[in-house]
Design a protein around this ligand. Structure first.
Ligand SMILES: [Zn+2]
Length: 414
């Protein structure tokens, strides 16, 4: 029994706890009770284009190299499992940790771009680069998985607008303006210090230049002020490549509020729902925050670093004594439903954050083989094939096309 079971914090969690019975098996996959619907979901997953806006393969492989053309032991993405799940295109996130804002960000981005390009040159029958909507479609027709690239954290621009053009030429098609710390472009949702109160003067130039280049603006991780200023300034629609709805995680700025979603609709953009349990389930998020606080206090009071053995042991013990139940695939669909009810089915898609959220993925969506489970849940809730197609890729492709069109228009105007 937990010694602090009746603290006000825990009571709050209990009061807001799950109401619904989850359809899950112990094998970490949802029980697909309706056989016919299951077959339909699997068929659709393989017929439709599935385009995930945020997968962290470069981050994962930069820690431990793995052959993703084969089935891998760990990790959430590899070619065989992507095929099983029906995944056709995935933005590879070139994640630049905030500590590189002091230096080395551009070099790291260059290295990771080379890594991703290497997948298509090494395994050309399996993967292909994609720099436009047309290339996503032609790769799909050839049965190859598209690997377009986005940079997560604008630090590699290093205060030089020409670097934006440089990265566009290198094939980068979206830029997540910042990460968990404010940077040279804007404030972050994860940083208590709001240095710029939104976009910096340089950040405003970046937004306008991105419109002109046809680079997708990604507002995930940005602070609320940053988001609303981008909405004012951008001539083109934007994406949130891996965010969920704040309605389910009150007060957590990393997710988007209803007010922001309404603005996103006006802008014509799209929110790509993050699958991580802490993004989609408030019980999970609060328990994780409690665990993080405990671990942090332990490290502080024992003068330890997180990689020290004693720290690891404490983490293991705490986690065993306070297990946090995962969310499941129906929680992800709750977020999709919420967006659809609030702003319509044309503004929501998938941004799993596979290989980026660690061991926090929901039951039924543990890796890239899980998309049919998501489609099954959508069918179960009465979504039409047309709507499912929009959610799986249609909305993201529409937004990207619109960004390409606006860029052309701006360039011909001179
Ligand atoms: Zn992220």
């Amino acid at each position: 029994m937990k010694p602090f079971i009746l603290t006000p914090f825990i009571l709050v969690i209990l009061a807001g706890g799950y109401a619904c019975q989850k359809e899950v098996s112990i094998e970490n996959q949802p029980l697909m009770i309706d056989k016919q619907l299951q077959e339909k979901a699997t068929r659709l997953a393989h017929e439709l284009v599935i385009f995930d806006a945020h997968i962290d393969v470069p981050f994962r492989l930069s820690k431990k190299i793995d052959d993703i053309s084969q089935r891998t032991q760990g990790g959430d993405f590899d070619y065989p499992r992507a095929r099983e799940g029906g995944l056709n295109a995935a933005f590879m996130a070139i994640y630049i940790p905030p500590r590189y804002q002091k230096g080395g960000a551009k070099e790291l981005a260059d290295e990771l771009i080379l890594m991703i390009e290497g997948f298509s040159t090494q395994w050309p029958e399996k993967f292909a680069p994609a720099r436009s909507v047309a290339e996503i479609r032609s790769n799909f027709a050839q049965g190859k998985i598209s690997l377009p690239m986005g940079i997560e954290n604008g630090a590699p621009l290093e205060d030089n607008l020409e670097n934006l053009d440089y990265f566009y030429r290198q094939g980068i098609r979206y830029l997540t303006l910042t990460h968990s710390r404010s940077n040279l472009i804007c404030d972050s949702s994860g940083d208590p210090q709001h240095k710029w109160n939104g976009l910096s003067p340089f950040g405003k130039q970046v937004v306008l230049r991105m419109n002109r280049l046809g680079m997708i603006i990604d507002v995930s991780h940005a602070s609320d002020e940053t988001f609303f200023q981008v909405m004012q300034l951008s001539a083109a629609p934007v994406i949130a490549s891996h965010s969920s709805c704040r309605r389910f995680t009150p007060g957590w700025e990393r997710n988007m509020s209803d007010e922001m979603l309404l603005q996103l609709k006006e802008n014509g953009g799209v929110i790509q729902i993050n699958f991580g349990s802490s993004f989609i389930n408030n019980d999970y998020l609060r328990s994780k925050q409690e665990r993080d606080r405990n671990i942090y206090q332990y490290l502080e009071s024992h003068d330890l670093q997180e990689w020290d053995e004693a720290a690891q042991q404490h983490y293991g013990k705490y986690s065993r004594e306070h297990p946090i139940p995962y969310a499941d695939v129906s929680d992800v669909v709750d977020h999709i439903d919420h967006v659809v009810k609030l702003i319509g089915v044309d503004h929501v898609g998938l941004g799993s954050d596979f290989d980026g959220v660690g061991d926090s993925l929901p039951i039924g969506l543990k890796d890239v083989s899980g998309y049919p489970n998501l489609i099954y849940q959508l069918l179960k809730r009465g979504y039409s094939e047309t709507d499912i197609e929009k959610i799986c890729s249609g909305n993201l492709l529409r937004v990207w096309s619109e960004i390409e069109r606006i860029a052309q228009q701006l360039q011909t105007k001179g």
